[in-house]
Design a binder for this molecule. Structure first.
Ligand SMILES: *[C@@H]1O[C@H](CO)[C@@H](O)[C@H](O)[C@H]1NC(C)=O
Ligand SMILES: *[C@@H]1O[C@H](CO)[C@@H](O)[C@H](O)[C@H]1NC(C)=O
Ligand SMILES: *[C@@H]1O[C@H](CO)[C@@H](O)[C@H](O)[C@H]1NC(C)=O
Ligand SMILES: *[C@@H]1O[C@H](CO)[C@@H](O)[C@H](O)[C@H]1NC(C)=O
Ligand SMILES: *[C@@H]1O[C@H](CO)[C@@H](O)[C@H](O)[C@H]1NC(C)=O
Ligand SMILES: *[C@@H]1O[C@H](CO)[C@@H](O)[C@H](O)[C@H]1NC(C)=O
Ligand SMILES: *[C@@H]1O[C@H](CO)[C@@H](O)[C@H](O)[C@H]1NC(C)=O
Length: 913
């Protein structure tokens, strides 16, 4: 065979082989293309990138996200991360048989993993994190024996971690965090010579942490946010390469292993929020810290939220110079903060909040020159705030609140220009606030509340261009300082409450354009609430209660959302009824009574009963038919039983205190008509100006015939003599019942015609126990600041504020006089020297005709003599009731008996004629 023949032979062999190879490549290329086009068809979302790019006319190897092998041109990697793809993963991807890496992370894939992916036996990387895949973690994953990285975190996988994962003998990274996995962790994963990272955080895993039998390469063990319990096994020290150990937020208990020191590479040690304790019961020190001093790369120690108790050892200073973060809040730590803490010189954050640490803040903390966050709040630390803290020139947050620090605020704090959060609240600091603080022009939050701080002069906050929150409440700030706050455009929350500030709320407050929270309550502020504050768009909380403000409450803008508690206890604010303040002068109801402002400013006591109702309504139902056998007593009891009614029900009953339900406004507030859920028609009298959290209302049975006041003094009303006697008997019986019908006598305090209500049958009821007083057992008199209505008040009540049941009897006597004379004790003719009672005393001897209501005794009336005698007797009784000295006044029981006799005499005589 010559070489030519040989060549041809070779050629003949090679060509078919080449063609065959080419054909094979093309066919497989087509199957990859087919699989990917199938895939493309199933995914939606704004997938414009793929739509225009993955086209059959171009080679898959040029498609976006696709990589091919250099020689065989098969798809070896598919990386479609973060392409906003939506859909299920089709089984066709299982045909990409040369695939080494599949990354579909950070899309919106949902549904189960198709089992065909289990055919990808060359696969080394499976990255499906940040999707919405669900279903159980499939056990066929164990078939993918070459996979090194299995990452499926942030999906919605359920079920247990399959035991078959042990077959993934090349696995280095297992990340199944943020799923819904439950059950136990298979112990096999801690017997792996390949695993470097086990991240199963934020699932619902239970049971104990299996022993770490073989984990020579394990660097990351992140199991936080599960329900793992039991001890942290000492075998953890077998994972000698461990860098990150995060067991936070589980139910681990028992001692913290002392073997942690074997973990020489440990950088990150977090066991926060478990039930762990220190080494041993006898060991009062944190011995685990001793072992951690061996970990020279340690950056983070987080042990907060474990009932460790014990004290911080002095060898804390031996902790690695690399330590940056030390979290030990909520650990029941006792004792002092050792000064050696100052040796951890690279610390960035020191958090010892909410422990029982006592003693002083060691000066050595000032040596932690890199410190950015210092939180020692909520301990029992005493002493002064040392100037050495001002050396912390990189400090960003200083939280020293809720301790027992006293003395002054060092003025050098104003030199820590990096400071953004300064909390010194709830201590015993007593200096003036150093003006240097107001030089911290980039500070965001300052809370100096609940101390004894003063201000030497105006507070010059004008430079604080970034300030978000300022709380200076509960101090001793005084003077007229508000004007300097107006320019703080970034301020969101301002609390100056509970100081002794005076002066006006400046108009410039409308410049606090970011404000959401403003509390100025409990100061001595006067003047009006500037209407321009309506412009504060974001204001959600506003409180100016307990000041001396007056004038109209702004009603527009943010003010339409504030409730009465924002304004209570001021000097003379007025506004809409909703705010439980009197109406402003120009919209007072024509027929409303004049408001006795003084009674109401200084009068009402600040009794602290929560929400609602006082009592009272119907005291006595007159028996119309004079039948003596009526079960009066039971009737009385059921009617008089006080009950609490919630603000919500009252609000419902009145359609949210709607104006159309308003019957009128009276001396102490507004009266609404409403219907309770049980159907009872009621009048609701809302009483303003009580102590801060209270809402008080009187709920009265609604009386269709109005009150005695109206019947006596209105043009078109007339009561005959028998009606008047009946009414006064009803009233006497009711008062008698108030005084004697309860274990604790009730003093009404405000008996007057407008409080005597008439129902549809003209039966009288004593209403409005607005100022009613309960007398304790055996207590006869009660000192009070309450003022009842002038003219009806007993002398001892008006002058020295002593009330007793005798004061009610006096008032009753006066009403008795008014009822039959139609003269009001408040008439101008009755001045101090000559009260209505003096007038009666003087005039009665002249005969009833001289004094009685002219409509009652007409000369042409055939019964005029009988009636005159009746009225005379009643007036005598009235004088006995209203005797100057309380002890000389008649008892209400006797009054009832006598009145009934007088009535009987009258009826007998009229019938005899
Ligand atoms: C698809 O995208 C790749 C990478 O961006 C690009 O090189 C290729 O030209 C695109 N192909 C088509 C058909 O647009
Ligand atoms: C996929 O591509 C992104 C960048 O586009 C890259 O960060 C990521 O590591 C790639 N995934 C894999 C598994 O290589
Ligand atoms: C690819 O896989 C699908 C489903 O797994 C199968 O039906 C199909 O025949 C395969 N296509 C090719 C070209 O191999
Ligand atoms: C995850 O699954 C649960 C039920 O297992 C479901 O209620 C929840 O909405 C799912 N979350 C997402 C993000 O799909
Ligand atoms: C660890 O795994 C090896 C081989 O995979 C096995 O032989 C050994 O028994 C396992 N050890 C334990 C304690 O499970
Ligand atoms: C610890 O700090 C103190 C000063 O606070 C210093 O004298 C001492 O040498 C330091 N010790 C170590 C081991 O650095
Ligand atoms: C604050 O800093 C200034 C300038 O750096 C310095 O002069 C002053 O002494 C410091 N004040 C305090 C109280 O340390």
């Amino acid at each position: 065979m010559n070489y030519k023949t040989c060549f041809h032979l070779l050629l003949a062999l090679f060509i078919p082989c080449f063609v065959l190879c080419m054909a094979m490549t093309v066919r497989n290329l087509n199957s990859d293309q087919f699989a990917l086009l199938e895939f493309k068809d199933r995914i939606g979302g704004p997938q414009i990138v793929l739509a225009d790019n993955w086209t059959a006319s171009t080679s898959v190897c040029n498609w976006i996200g696709v990589s091919c092998g250099i020689l065989h041109k098969r798809v070896i990697a598919l990386n479609l991360t973060s392409m906003n793809l939506r859909g299920t993963i089709p089984p066709h991807l299982g045909n990409l048989s040369f695939l080494l890496s599949l990354d579909l992370s950070s899309n919106h894939f949902y549904g189960h993993l198709p089992k065909e992916l289990g055919h990808l036996h060359r696969l080394r990387i499976l990255q499906l994190s940040y999707n919405r895949l669900n279903g159980e973690i499939p056990s066929w994953l164990g078939n993918l024996q070459r996979v090194r990285r299995l990452e499926m975190k942030n999906n919605n996988f359920t079920g247990t971690i399959p035991e078959t994962l042990v077959n993934m003998s090349n696995l280095e990274i297992l990340n199944l965090g943020f799923n819904q996995l439950s059950g136990q962790i298979p112990s096999s994963i801690f017997n792996s010579t390949t695993l470097e990272g086990i991240e199963l955080f934020n699932n619902k895993l239970e049971g104990n942490l299996p022993p770490i039998t073989n984990a020579p390469k394990l660097e990351i063990l992140a199991l936080w946010g599960n329900k793992l319990r039991g001890n942290i096994p000492n075998s953890i020290s077998n994972a000698s390469m461990l860098k990150i150990l995060d067991l936070e937020d589980n139910l681990f208990s028992g001692p913290i292993p002392k073997t942690l020191g074997n973990l020489r590479h440990l950088e990150w040690f977090r066991i926060m929020n478990n039930n762990l304790i220190t080494g041993s019961a006898t060991d009062h020190e944190w011995s685990f810290l001793s072992s951690l001093t061996n970990c020279k790369n340690l950056k983070t120690i987080g042990v907060s939220g474990n009932p460790l108790s014990g004290v911080l050892p002095t060898y804390i200073g031996n902790l690695s110079k690399s330590l940056q973060y030390f979290y030990a809040s909520n650990c029941e730590l006792q004792g002092i903060i050792p000064m050696e803490i100052g040796n951890i010189t690279n610390l960035l954050l020191l958090q010892l909040r909410h422990n029982k640490l006592s003693g002083f803040i060691p000066a050595s903390i000032g040596g932690l020159r890199n410190l950015q966050a210092l939180d020692l709040s909520s301990n029992k630390l005493g002493g002064h705030i040392l100037e050495s803290l001002c050396d912390l020139e990189r400090l960003y947050e200083m939280y020293l609140g809720l301790n027992k620090l006293h003395g002054s605020i060092p003025s050098c704090l104003g030199n820590i220009t990096s400071l953004r959060y300064l909390y010194l609240n709830s201590n015993k600091l007593s200096s003036t606030i150093p003006s240097t603080l107001w030089n911290l022009k980039d500070i965001l939050e300052i809370d100096l509340s609940s101390n004894h701080l003063q201000n030497s002069h105006a507070i010059d906050v004008g430079n604080l261009r970034s300030l978000l929150k300022l709380n200076l409440s509960r101090n001793l700030l005084s003077g007229d300082i508000l004007s300097s706050f107006g320019g703080l455009q970034t301020l969101v929350s301002l609390d100056l409450s509970n100081n002794i500030l005076h002066g006006y709320i400046p108009k410039s407050f409308d410049g606090l354009i970011s404000l959401e929270f403003l509390d100025l309550c409990n100061n001595n502020l006067s003047g009006v609430i500037p209407k321009s504050l309506e412009k504060l768009l974001y204001l959600k909380y506003f409180n100016v209660s307990f000041n001396r403000l007056e004038g109209e409450i702004p009603s527009k803008g943010c003010f339409s959302n504030f409730s009465s508690t924002s304004f209570m206890k001021n000097y003379a604010l007025c506004g809409p009824p909703r705010l439980l303040v009197p109406p402003c002068k120009n919209d007072i109801h024509k027929n409303s009574q004049m408001i006795i402002l003084h009674a109401f400013r200084y009068g009402l006591p600040t009794i602290g009963i929560v929400v609602v109702l006082i009592v009272l309504t119907i005291m006595y139902k007159r028996c119309r038919r004079r039948s003596t056998s009526l079960p009066i007593k039971d009737d009385l009891l059921s009617l008089i039983t006080p009950r609490r009614i919630s603000h919500a029900e009252l609000s419902r009953a009145t359609n949210g205190f709607e104006e159309s339900n308003m019957l009128g406004s009276g001396s102490f507030g507004y009266v609404y008509k409403g219907r309770l859920s049980d159907g009872m028609e009621v009048a609701i009298k809302v009483i303003t100006c009580c102590s801060s959290v209270d809402f008080k209302a009187l709920v009265l049975a609604y009386m269709s015939n109005g009150n005695l006041e109206k019947w006596l003094h209105s043009e078109n009303c007339f009561l005959d003599i028998i009606q008047r006697v009946d009414i006064m008997i009803d009233v006497a019986v009711a008062i008698e019942h108030l005084h004697n019908g309860h274990p604790t006598p009730i003093i009404h305090c405000d008996i007057k015609p407008s409080n005597i209500l008439l129902d549809e049958d003209m039966v009288a009821h004593v209403g409005d126990c607005g100022v009613a007083k309960l007398l304790g057992e055996g207590e006869v008199m009660k000192q009070t600041m309450t003022l009842a209505t002038i003219g009806y008040i007993a002398p001892e009540f008006g002058s020295v504020g002593i009330v007793s049941i005798k004061s009610d009897i006096y008032s009753y006597g006066i009403v008795l006089i008014e009822t039959f004379t139609k003269k009001k004790p408040t008439d101008n003719v009755f001045v101090e020297e000559e009260s209505i009672r003096h007038w009666m005393e003087r005039s009665l001897p002249k005969g009833a005709i001289e004094i009685a209501d002219v409509d009652l005794l007409r000369r042409e009336d055939e019964y005029i003599v009988v009636k005159a005698n009746c009225i005379s007797s009643i007036m005598e009784l009235a004088l006995n009731c209203s005797a100057e000295l309380p002890e000389e006044r008649k008892d209400m029981k006797d009054v009832v008996v006598e009145l009934k006799k007088i009535k009987q005499r009258l009826l007998n005589n009229i019938q005899h004629f």
